[in-house]
Design a protein around this ligand. Structure first.
Ligand code: ATP
Ligand code: MG
Length: 608
């Protein structure tokens, strides 16, 4: 590739597996809080709730509480996987609990389908929200009642007001970085007036958009998020969980700190773009502590850099566009960076956990090279994946002297280990005969420099089989290779005495014509041709890699079939020798219709 992404952080790689977890600023914060007992007085009533709810409860046995709070408005992607591994991983490492919380406070875009897919994704990644006999699976919409009460409290304390400026006026009066905001004419309303008006908002007496509730903070604050942020809006929308019970909904900035507080979260970890919201987070929770609505000490927010991965989009909106415009087959297309897509591509929880650990946690944005993700998959599959031979672009190789040497119709048994370092996993068996399938690219009429495979006069070994000598090839009228011809060299069978007496420079993989199984092989590559799709003025849809999927009618060795020692089942991973790691497709693979997806090549084919 010609264009190089800027500022690609090369993730640290260590020869030993990362058994000792790398420290980072979030670990240091948690360790300090634990050492100082910051949250030691925290109580937990067994379920989320307000100060009164937790007050009489025993001390919390979870030393820390974290949460992963997705909005159920799409499928999770590799960036979320980082956040899941981080939050659940920290809770596990420090004797805590991590809650899975659906941040479903926005009625418009959310759906039960996404809720299910998120639950599946977190479980599949290997994490659990069950602890101490209860399931810490929560939904923010259950807190609407408390949020409303908190809003009334702020109004009564003179800390919030109902603003009835038009959205345009509100925007103009907010000012900008260089210009302080202007007070709304509604800002000086009395608490009693505001309370009455807010109750009318709730009661459905005002039209959508006619008024908002705003926190009363400081219209001249250099932090625009503190210029009286809106905390409640009117929106007549049916919520997937609360139905039509509410016509006012809390804004995210108001809802999120409250969700954390009711759940007694200690460390609320979010991405950097929320840094400017932190002062409001603390403003709100400090006031709710003062008002006795939530217990002290309240949760604290910490920000880390989101994952940016080259060649990959992590915007839910853009991913949705790829699906809706048919650029991919669906959310689980094996080229998608969604967790369902990665899974169908052959990614494993171990690979994604290793990736999350290896890229670490930082406070400044950077890009991680896609090859780091692929490297983690390769590394984790190497020890686990069964080996097999497959010919992806088959052409027939005919051994002209086979019948004469071996007897007409003879099939010679050959064997290979299921895994080279795990003899206990058994032996693959397949047969060599007069005709075998080989890769079309393993033959050349005239060999280019450095080509050691088949060309007239050259000898190669058929892996686990015999040495052969190429004698020529047949082509059709269009010049297409139709058959490669060779002679068997006797007494050279792998594993027999004297097999090495004939030296060869090339070893090629093959599949017997007599026992090879047809298989559909889907060769996937990066979905985008450029490292930062959509950067600058470019439309990301114009930057798709046109060769991101090629389907091949291949042959694979019989051990992958239903009767074989490997017996490929959907979701199983393999190394096809010389080619790379493959997975039996979760959706389409059957024992009578084998379908394999390329997960990752043996080497980084994009390396410069
Ligand atoms: P939206 O645009 O819909 O808000 P989102 O990617 O922020 O999308 P959420 O469902 O709000 O989606 O995210 C859930 C959690 O995942 C958040 O805590 C967020 O910080 C984290 N997260 C999302 N994207 C990334 C990313 N690229 N890297 C790390 N964490 C991420
Ligand atoms: Mg978000």
């Amino acid at each position: 590739m010609s264009s190089k992404p800027h500022a690609v952080a090369s993730a640290p790689t260590s020869p030993e597996k990362e058994t000792v977890k790398a420290s980072h600023f979030l670990r240091q914060i948690i360790e300090k809080d634990l050492a100082e007992g910051t949250y030691a007085s925290r109580r937990w009533a067994g379920s989320p709730g307000d100060a009164a709810h937790h007050q009489a409860a025993p001390l919390d046995s979870a030393r820390v509480r974290l949460r992963f709070p997705p909005e159920p408005n799409g499928y999770l992607h590799v960036g979320h996987a980082k956040s899941i591994c981080l939050n659940f991983g920290l809770a596990r490492d420090y004797g805590g609990v991590c809650h899975l919380r659906f941040d479903d406070t926005n009625p418009e875009k959310e759906d039960q389908e996404y809720v299910r897919s998120i639950i599946d994704a977190v479980k599949w990644l290997g994490f659990s929200w069950e602890a101490g006999g209860s399931a810490h699976l929560y939904q923010a919409s259950d807190y609407f009642g408390f949020m409303y009460r908190a809003a009334e409290y702020l109004i009564e304390a003179g800390l919030a007001y109902v603003d009835e400026q038009t959205p345009e006026q509100m925007r103009a009066n907010r000012g900008d970085f260089g210009k302080p905001g202007v007070d709304s004419p509604f800002r000086s309303r009395s608490p009693a007036e505001n309370l009455a008006r807010f109750r009318q908002m709730r009661g459905g007496e005002l039209a959508d958009g006619a008024a908002v509730l705003r926190a009363k903070i400081d219209m001249a604050s250099p932090n625009i998020n503190l210029r009286d942020p809106a905390i409640y809006r009117i929106r007549r929308a049916t919520h997937h969980h609360t139905g039509d019970q509410w016509c006012i909904y809390p804004m995210y900035t108001f809802a999120h700190p409250i969700e954390d507080a009711l759940e007694q979260i200690t460390h609320s970890i979010c991405t950097l773009e929320f840094e400017d919201q932190r002062p409001f987070y603390d403003w709100l929770l400090d006031h709710l502590v003062t008002g006795g609505l939530i217990p002290a000490p309240h949760p604290r927010q910490y920000e880390f850099a989101r994952l940016n991965l080259t060649y990959v989009l992590t915007s839910k909106r853009k991913l949705a566009q790829l699906v809706s415009e048919g650029k991919v087959s669906g959310w689980d297309d094996p080229r998608m960076p969604t967790i369902v897509g990665l899974r169908r591509r052959g990614y494993t929880p171990e690979a994604l956990q290793l990736f999350a650990e290896r890229i670490g946690v930082t406070k400044s944005d950077s890009w991680i090279d896609y090859s780091t993700l692929e490297g983690c998959l390769r590394e984790t599959l190497d020890t686990s994946a069964a080996r097999a031979m497959a010919v992806l672009d088959p052409v027939k190789l005919v051994l002209s002297n086979w019948d004469e040497l071996m007897g007409a119709g003879h099939l010679e048994d050959c064997a290979a280990p299921v895994h080279p370092h795990a003899p206990e996993r058994g032996t693959r068996r397949f047969r060599m005969g007069r005709e075998v399938w080989i890769e079309r690219s393993d033959y050349e009429d005239t060999p280019p420099k450095g080509f050691f495979r088949l060309f007239p006069g050259n000898k190669v070994r058929l892996k686990y089989g015999y040495v052969i000598e190429c004698t020529g090839a047949l082509r059709d009228a269009q010049g297409q290779l139709t058959e490669v011809q060779a002679r068997l060299i006797p007494d050279t069978k792998s594993g027999t005495p004297g097999a090495d007496s004939v030296k060869v420079k090339g070893v090629i993989t093959w599949v017997g014509v007599s026992d090879g199984l047809p298989a559909e092989v889907r060769l996937y590559d990066r979905l985008f041709a450029v490292p930062q799709p959509g950067a600058g003025e470019k439309d990301f849809l114009d930057e798709l890699n046109p060769a991101s999927m090629q389907v091949r009618q291949a042959y694979v060795e019989p051990s992958l079939g239903a009767q074989g020692v490997i017996a490929a089942q959907a979701d199983d991973k393999f190394q096809f020798e010389r080619h790379g790691y493959f997975v039996a497709d979760r959706v389409d693979h059957r024992s009578d219709h084998l379908v394999f997806n390329l997960a990752v090549g043996l080497k980084d084919s994009w390396a410069k």
